[in-house]
Ligand binder design. Structure first.
Ligand SMILES: *[C@@H]1O[C@H](CO)[C@@H](O)[C@H](O)[C@H]1NC(C)=O
Ligand SMILES: *[C@@H]1O[C@H](CO)[C@@H](O)[C@H](O)[C@H]1NC(C)=O
Ligand SMILES: *[C@@H]1O[C@H](CO)[C@@H](O)[C@H](O)[C@H]1NC(C)=O
Ligand SMILES: *[C@@H]1O[C@H](CO)[C@@H](O)[C@H](O)[C@H]1NC(C)=O
Ligand SMILES: *[C@@H]1O[C@H](CO)[C@@H](O)[C@H](O)[C@H]1NC(C)=O
Length: 171
């Protein structure tokens, strides 16, 4: 029972950590990936992009690629305003600015629909909903928190600090 409570506590903290870090990875085309003959306007219309999110492209390396261009390049399938290119087949691109981003396939498949435009909105403030709680005095919980936190990003540390309190609550 104690171990299942600890698992619950870890799950709660992990959930908090994800909520805190807040970055969403938007996989272009979802399970259809980055390929011809998909309407990516429909895909992007179904997603909300905020500053700090990632957009990621999955495709066959060598066949396709990803070029960031400006609106002229997007509208006309040209390299106008080229601002970046990615070719790994699994590219994660941070959306760090509040603006419109335009991506096309630079291997001639843009005309076949491989183009996507996304509007990135300002990020919401994170962490404001977390109550400010002092770290628990329980040394076991602190050890668990230290072990658990190693796989978390830096932004999760605040949530991990609440682990001892969560364990105390469910025990
Ligand atoms: C993609 O879908 C949008 C929204 O329905 C539509 O306006 C657009 O013409 C479509 N694009 C293509 C290439 O079919
Ligand atoms: C958004 O996704 C849902 C579920 O996959 C789908 O039914 C809907 O048509 C999509 N909307 C747009 C604008 O693509
Ligand atoms: C696309 O190219 C045409 C000429 O090929 C040009 O007239 C038009 O302005 C371009 N689109 C944009 C958005 O600039
Ligand atoms: C895109 O970049 C091209 C080349 O630098 C430039 O001529 C064009 O005006 C730009 N288009 C937009 C919409 O900024
Ligand atoms: C792609 O980006 C690299 C740098 O990351 C640059 O050296 C290369 O010239 C770019 N290729 C094109 C076609 O712009």
């Amino acid at each position: 029972m104690a171990s299942s409570r600890l698992l619950l506590a870890v799950a709660v903290v992990a959930g908090c950590a994800m909520g805190l870090s807040g970055a969403t990875d938007h996989i272009v085309g979802a399970n259809r990936g980055w390929n011809p003959n998909i309407n990516y306007t429909l895909w992007s219309g179904n997603h909300t992009f905020v500053v700090g999110d990632l957009i990621s492209f999955r495709y066959q390396k060598g066949t396709h690629n990803v070029f960031e261009v400006n609106q002229t390049g997007y509208d006309n399938c040209t390299m106008d305003g080229l601002a970046g290119n990615w070719t790994s087949g699994k590219d994660f691109i941070p959306l760090n600015e509040r603006r419109r981003y335009f991506f096309i396939c630079g291997n001639g498949f843009c005309q076949a629909g491989m183009k996507v435009a996304v509007t990135v909105h300002p990020g919401a403030l994170v962490g404001t909903e977390m109550p400010m709680v002092p770290p628990g005095p329980d040394s076991t919980a602190s050890a668990a928190a230290a072990t658990t936190s190693t796989s978390f990003t830096a932004s999760a540390w605040l949530a991990v600090a609440a682990l001892a309190v969560v364990i105390a609550a469910v025990a």
